[in-house]
Structures are given as C-alpha cells and as structure tokens.
Design a protein around this ligand. Structure first.
Ligand code: ZN
Length: 484
C-alpha cells in the first residue's frame, strides 16, 4: 500500500518588509495541519517561502539604497528566522529568486505556450498589489481598496495567458469539488465573478527590470504573480519524484486578498499544463491588532519573534489559534495573549502537569503504579480525539483547542474529586488507580496538544519519562505501562 501523504502550503510572503503577526496566523495554522497529519502517520510536507520579485520590491530596494538581491536576501532571512522562532516545522522554504524556482517557471511557461499570445495591455495598475484592476474593483473607480492609493494608468506590450478559455472548466471544478473553495462563505462571490466572464491575463511586462526574464521572450519580464503562483510546484521540483508524490496539495492556505489568484488563475494555469489543481484552497480572514488594521503608519507591525522572546512560542501559537476563527477576520492583542497564557496554558494545563507529577512523586516515588483504567476518562478521551480530528479536518482549529482544553479541565476536576492526598492518608487501594489515570491523562494530552503547542507537549512527554510525544495514530487510553 502506498503511504498516505499530506501536503499543505501557505502563501509566500512579499519581501518588501519584515513579517508581522498578521503573516503568522496562516503559517501557524499550516503547521498545525502538518503536525496533526504527521502524528496520524501521514508522510507530511509543509511549504512556505518568499515572493521576491516585482516593481514594489525594486522600488523598496532603491529606497533602502541596496541591490534588489541583497535587499531580498536580508528579508528572506528575517522571515525564516521568525518562522523558526515560532517552531514552524516547514519542510520547504521556497524563494522565488532561487534557481530551482526560475528553472520551473521556464519549463512551465514553455509547456503552456499554446495558451500564451502577444498583445497590448492598457489598464489601471496598483503598484502595491502588482496587479491591474478593472474600475469596478477600485474605490470610486480609482483607488486601490487595499492600499488606499490611486491606481496608475499603464499601457504596454504584453504577453497574455488565455484565462478566458478556462471559464467553463473552472465552473465545473467548483461544481464537482464543492470544497475546492473553502470555507463556504467565500465560494459564491468567486463563482459569480467567474460566471460574469474572464479576461485573459497579462503575464509579462516590458517595463520592469527586477524579475524572471519571460521564457518566451527575454526582452520581457515575467509578471510577478504569474511566476509566484508556480512556487507550490517549483518547491516540489516539478515534474520530479517529490511532485509526483505530494501533488495535488491537500490544502493551500491563503488570505482573502489572494483568493482570486488561487481559486481562478492558479487552477487555470494548472489546467493549461495538464496538472490537477489542489484539493482545497482555504481562505482565511484578515487580522487586526487591538482592533486596528496592521500597518506601518500605525506602528503596530511588530515582528512575531518579539512576542516569542517575551512569552514563548506556545503562547503566541495558542493565542492565535484559540482566539481566531479562520472563517472570519480576527483580532490579536498582547493582552489577550497574556490572559490565555495565564488561564489556559498555566492554570489549566500547567497546573495539571505540576500537580500530577508532584502526586506521583510523593505517593509513588516518581513511578507510575499499576491501576485500573477510569472508564469515564477513557470515554471522554475517545470522544475528544474524534471531535478534535473532525475540527482539524474542517480547519476549525479554535474549536479543536476548545475541546482539548475542556478535556484538560476535566482531568483537573478528576484530580480534585478523587482527592489522592486523602486516599493516601487512609491507605486506600484506589490511590494507585488515581495516580495511574493522572499519568495516562497527561500522556494523551501531550499527544493531543503537540500539533498546536509542541514545546509544551514535548515538555510533558519528557517529564513523564517518554522519549517522544506519543503519536495520534493508534493512540488509546490506557497504554501507559505501569512500572510496578
Ligand atoms: Zn493595491
């Protein structure tokens, strides 16, 4: 039997400034999906990276008095460093200035040349978005809704991708695969826009220097979006063995500003090349900090590592995952994070661990005694495992954490109610049962929490004397072997 695989990707970030907490949510979410599937025995792969070409980066590099390559090298390092601090276990960090990516863009563009032709483009272009807009997409027909600046009128010779040709096939894709555009609340708007008709897409520019020379005409530069979208297969070394093994991606996570490119343009490009699109494109909302938009002018573009250095990676991961509903816009604040850290991570989880270990130490010399499995805890665990799995599958990780942390609260209640300190006083034989179940609860909790807060989960496992965090694959309540 072929091994089960799981491939998750995030958007690759634009390297014109360092990442902030708004970039982090999607990356942490992808990490949870990867770790969860890995723990279930899937051969799992996680791609993230940086999008390093285009006019905006060229201008930012100029403003910083740097060569574009030096400019993006520094920023790419900054991104990677932040993601490592957050304990993101990505396998591929794809940079669009890498030779591997350029090679794939070259081959891919040549492969779909039948769908590319030369024409003239005239349109309103937002430098911030690196994209042409139609008037109706712009506020008052002029202003970019994301960047709040006026789009520029640009006219140039350009190569075009026959996007219009794929309208019916895209609509069929959405119909046959209702989960392709997820969540459901994002679907209808996109489908309606596709139904209105698709225009061919300009994929090269004659006027910009910083980019990949257009493979069909090197006097042009490849349109930045057109090549950046190919990162998800260039990272796999398309069309090689890793691509064959992991593509189509199981989930591609994107912010809502990227929805059109990933649910319309990207699958059409893949159709042109005879490649199946991803199984699911999941679009999450935007993040605010303290109720405010994240922007340089507001001074709240704090690098995630700053929070990690102050509170630890798990505190940041937990607050993002627990507070935000991936289906909607969400808010993050240092205050909320500290509250979650104190109440959930310290009072609930930390308390169970320290009490549990102290009790086992005090009443059983630090070894887990033989004891009877508590049937109701076993049943609760089985329920929570099933429900959590369902929530993770549906990318409702906030609900998954709710379930896990109610189970932790239940374990704390079990300790309170069974009063092992009193059982010890009266030399009650049930003491060993209680100690055994406390150890067992901690063991299954380390497995359940690992995809979300790996540092804490690993600490629990270590303190229980386990070599590694137990896998969710085949986990059962009552597998702790008593030592005496
Ligand atoms: Zn814009």
């Amino acid at each position: 039997m072929a091994s089960k695989t799981f491939y998750v990707t995030t958007a690759i970030d634009y390297t014109n400034s360092l990442p902030h907490i708004g970039h982090s949510y999607q990356k942490v979410l992808a990490d949870v999906l990867k770790r969860w599937h890995q723990s279930l025995g899937y051969d799992s792969l996680y791609l993230t990276g940086t999008d390093e070409h285009g006019l905006k980066i060229q201008r930012s590099a100029q403003a910083a008095n740097k060569e574009p390559q030096d400019f993006v090298d520094d920023l790419a390092k900054g991104f990677e460093n932040n993601w490592k601090k957050l304990n993101l276990d990505f396998d591929i960090f794809l940079r669009t200035t890498s030779e591997q990516h350029k090679k794939v863009v070259n081959e891919f563009t040549k492969k779909i040349r039948k769908d590319i032709y030369k024409g003239t483009y005239e349109g309103l272009y937002c430098v911030g978005c690196e994209t042409f807009y139609t008037e109706k997409d712009l506020t008052n027909g002029k202003i970019c809704p994301i960047h709040k600046r006026e789009a520029e009128l640009l006219k140039e010779e350009s190569y075009f991708f026959r996007l219009s040709k794929y309208q019916d096939r895209l609509l069929q894709l959405y119909k046959d695969n209702p989960e392709f555009i997820s969540p459901e609340n994002r679907r209808e708007e996109i489908i309606n826009r596709v139904k209105e008709g698709l225009k061919d897409l300009s994929v090269s520019r004659a006027s910009v220097g910083w980019g990949i020379p257009f493979p069909l005409d090197e006097t042009h530069v490849t349109y930045v979006w057109f090549e950046a979208l190919q990162c998800y297969i260039s990272g796999l070394g398309w069309p090689g063995a890793q691509f064959k093994k992991f593509w189509p991606a199981d989930v591609q996570l994107l912010g809502k500003d990227n929805a059109w490119f990933h649910t319309v343009i990207w699958p059409a490009m893949l159709f042109a090349a005879g490649i199946r699109p991803a199984k699911k494109i999941f679009i999450h909302g935007f993040l605010t900090i303290d109720g405010q938009k994240i922007s340089k002018s507001l001074g709240n573009t704090i690098e995630p590592r700053v929070f990690v250095e102050k509170y630890g990676a798990d505190a940041v991961r937990y607050a993002l995952l627990r507070e935000i509903n991936p289906r909607e816009d969400g808010d993050f604040s240092e205050k909320i994070m500290v509250e979650r850290l104190n109440s959930d991570l310290a009072d609930n989880l930390g308390n169970l661990l320290s009490r549990g270990l102290t009790l086992i130490e005090k009443f059983s010399g630090g070894v887990v005694p033989k004891g009877k499995i508590d049937a109701s805890l076993k049943k609760e665990f089985e329920k929570v495992l099933k429900e959590t799995g369902k929530h993770v599958g549906q990318i409702e990780v906030h609900h998954a954490l709710e379930k896990i942390f109610s189970f932790i609260a239940l374990c704390n209640k079990y300790v309170n109610d069974s009063k092992p300190w009193e059982l010890a006083k009266t030399k009650d034989a049930r003491l060993n049962d209680v100690l055994y179940n406390i150890a067992e609860c901690l063991r299954v909790i380390s497995a359940l929490t690992w995809p979300f807060i790996p540092e804490s989960a690993e600490k629990i496992a270590r303190q229980l004397g386990l070599w590694v965090v137990p896998k969710l694959e085949n986990i059962k309540y009552g597998q702790t072997r008593a030592e005496r």
